[in-house]
Design a protein around this ligand. Structure first.
Ligand code: IVH
Length: 693
């Protein structure tokens, strides 16, 4: 941190201006695009610096100062909801000392020396929501936004499992706003990122961003596909408060059928609070979701009322943040891995180190620009961070510890696996090996992809086995899988046949049964659907959804292949959802001689089913663009969408001038308004049903 005492007033004003801009930019990336570029620690540093300068020069505090904001202004695409009771933030503390000060401060304010009860609640690392019930019915939902105005996420909240749509308990207040946190479990986060990776989409940085990105979707259908969870921990507007304490509220909430964190505790004095902090900190890594600290709240509502609020935070609660899960260690080596499509990914091998209870020995370095930007060198000491992230990251280099003579890292220009040129295309962050399938790393990854669940789904051919088979020469490419059985059983000295020495049943841990099972699994896949087959080819950027689009539009593999072979892309580029870059990757794939050779071989063994298009092109919805909004009564949104698709409609998420119909369920939000503004025809659920007969 620069020495603030040396800052002239003029410099301070300049610095505050810079910080306001920088923090606003980072806030926008974090809150509105769910795509942060600063680490939490980097961000906190900027905030602290801003605060320190403002403390020294209070008259320089800007009207757009970051210290005056909570969260971010609402994204404009959503309808806005004004919170009847503002959604506040909490002051942060970082040490046991500050905790003791907080508890003492509360006692002093209340003019008592007696112990005060506090709840200790895990601080969920997600995003807060407010769900409003009237007469027991969920009527609307909102994000926090800037604390006063949030985004209308009613449709999105409705599809999250666990949030009751209706509460019938007799003591449930007539107006009741439930507030809590929407989050994504670590397991669901990993699964989502796996899927994103397969589909060549950018993975989310951590579960919090994944949750935010999934909740703030204009199309609630997408929210539903992502697995989100939520917990309730406080309330907003309530017609009649019938509980006397926070712990009583949490009990009631549970009884009404809302999810409440089972780790919430009631503490009777400071030492119990410290105990709960330590036990939670120790269990942190084992929890199914990320927490970034613990929230203490004065239990009694009467005392809370006496304590009241500061400008943006209550005086009766505080957030005790966990130390960032960071540690310093040395980079022993930088390795470059080669993926299925030839992408080179640098990985740091680390001197193993314990970061927040987990031993870390590798960290991702993302790509060559990242290494350059942070100037990471082999032998450097670096700060490692394990946020909610799956893969630990290198935050920064500890320059003071750099030994003299460490050379700048030079990213390889050739593939470390096969030696082929590795090139970087314009606008691309990744460098790729040009070796194609002659590169063993790419060949192995290709086979793994081919047998994976959404592709041929061949049980018994897991990653490890594929690697072994490849390295032993048993499998060189996907087509070899289908000749495995006929090649099995040869003799070591049978020099003239191709089945030299393959005896799967004799492998360690195998036996006749496992070999037979594998052959059986392979045989059962010799007939396959068109989308699976296209997906299995492993064309860059072509995930399962794109494969389905291609299958739909081309009908048969021979038709698709023929068009690609002669370079006829007219249809391809006209498919909604296939852009220019993807279409280029597809045509390039079919220009490669070795790809054509493998496909030809595959087709000797595999029958690819034609895609049966069951779409009714004579229906009144055929060719129409439709949008669903609100809650439907007679069917789920997914059913309605599937029906519309089968009738030849194009279903999209947002209303525009080219929308033909908006089908409106109950409590429809901004989309209905927009349709009206644009003069798009609005159909009720009944209208929709009678239209489609
Ligand atoms: S209470 C007036 N309880 O932390 C008090 N907040 O820094 C309002 N959070 O915006 C919040 N777990 O997103 C409360 N058990 C918990 C919480 C919690 C996570 C988040 C919430 C809030 C932020 C405040």
């Amino acid at each position: 941190m620069p020495d603030i005492s040396k800052l002239s007033k003029e410099q301070a004003a300049k610095e505050l201006e810079r910080l306001a801009k920088e923090i606003a930019k980072s806030d926008e990336a974090y809150y509105q695009h769910d795509d942060p570029y600063l680490t939490d620690a980097e961000y906190d540093k900027l905030k602290h610096l801003n605060e320190a300068i403002e403390n020294k020069y209070p008259d320089l505090v800007r009207s757009d100062s970051p210290s005056k904001r909570v969260g971010a202004p609402v994204k404009s695409d959503f309808k806005k909801i004004t919170h009847k009771v503002p959604m506040l933030s909490l002051a942060d503390i970082f040490s046991e000392e500050e905790l003791a000060d907080f508890v003492k401060g509360v006692q002093k304010f209340l003019n008592t020396e007696e112990d005060i009860e506090f709840t200790a609640e895990p601080k969920m690392d997600g995003l807060s929501f407010s769900a409003r019930y009237e007469d027991g019915i969920l009527v609307s939902g909102a994000t926090r936004g800037d604390g006063k105005i949030g985004e209308d996420i009613t449709d999105n909240l409705r599809v999250i499992k666990g949030l009751p749509h209706k509460v019938e308990a007799a003591d449930f207040p007539q107006v009741m706003e439930m507030r809590g946190e929407v989050y994504m479990s670590k397991a669901d986060f990993f699964a989502l990122n796996e899927k994103n990776k397969e589909e060549n989409k950018k993975p989310f940085a951590n579960p919090r961003n994944a949750a935010a990105g999934s909740l703030r979707q204009l199309d609630a259908g997408i929210t539903k596909e992502r697995k989100l969870s939520l917990l309730v921990y406080t309330w907003g507007e309530v017609s009649k408060v019938s509980w006397k304490s926070q712990s009583e509220f949490l009990e009631k909430v549970k009884g009404w059928g809302f999810p409440v964190n089972p780790y919430n505790r009631l503490c009777h004095n400071l030492s119990e609070i410290i105990e709960s902090y330590e036990s939670l900190l120790n269990n942190r890594a084992d929890l199914a979701y990320d927490i970034d600290g613990i929230v203490y709240k004065v239990n009694s509502l009467e005392l809370q009322a006496r304590l009241g609020f500061l400008t943006r935070t209550p005086r009766w609660a505080v957030a005790h943040k966990f130390p960032a899960e960071q540690a310093v260690t040395r980079i022993e080596n930088i390795r470059v891995q080669v993926g299925r499509t030839g992408a080179l990914t640098p990985v740091a091998d680390l001197e193993p180190i314990n970061v927040g209870g987990v031993v870390v020995s590798h960290a991702t370095l993302h790509n060559e620009d990242e290494i350059k930007r942070k100037d990471i060198r082999i032998g450097d000491y670096v700060v490692i961070q394990r946020a909610g992230d799956v893969i630990p990251q290198v935050v920064s280099v500890v320059l003071e510890k750099r030994s003299p003579g460490l050379k700048e890292y030079e990213f390889p220009k050739t593939c470390p696996e096969c030696g082929a040129h590795a090139i970087r295309e314009e606008d691309e962050a990744v460098r790729r090996c040009t070796g194609g399938l002659s590169c063993p790393a790419q060949a192995i990854e290709r086979i793994k992809h081919f047998v994976s669940r959404e592709a041929f789904n061949i049980e018994g051919l897991g990653s490890k086995i594929v690697e072994e088979f490849f390295n032993e020469g048993i499998l060189q490419n996907p087509a070899d899988i289908f000749t495995l059985e006929e090649r099995n059983g040869g003799y070591e000295d049978d020099l003239f046949s191709a089945n030299q020495g393959i005896h799967l049943e004799n492998r360690e841990g195998w036996g006749k049964k496992s070999a037979d099972n594998l052959f059986k699994a392979i045989r059962s896949r010799q007939q396959i659907s068109l989308p699976r087959f296209i997906y299995a080819l492993g064309i860059r950027q072509v995930g399962a959804a794109t494969s389905l689009l291609i299958a739909k539009n081309y009908g048969s593999f021979s038709n698709f292949m023929e068009k690609m072979r002669i370079g006829d892309t007219e249809k391809l580029v006209s498919i909604d959802g296939i852009g220019e870059a993807m279409s280029k990757d597809i045509t390039e794939f079919f220009k490669e001689e070795h790809n054509l050779r493998i496909i030809a071989k595959l087709l000797n063994y595999v029958k690819v089913e034609d895609f049966e298009d069951t779409t009714d092109y004579n229906s009144p919805l055929s060719g129409k663009t439709v949008v669903f909004t609100g809650t439907l009564e007679k069917m789920t949104r997914a059913e309605a969408k599937a029906k519309a698709l089968s009738l030849g409609a194009k279903v999209v998420g947002s209303v525009s001038g080219s929308t033909d119909y908006v089908i409106m369920g109950s409590s429809a939000g901004s989309k209905a308004q927009k349709a009206q503004d644009l003069g798009v025809k609005i159909l009720s659920e009944e209208d929709f049903l009678s239209l489609i007969g």
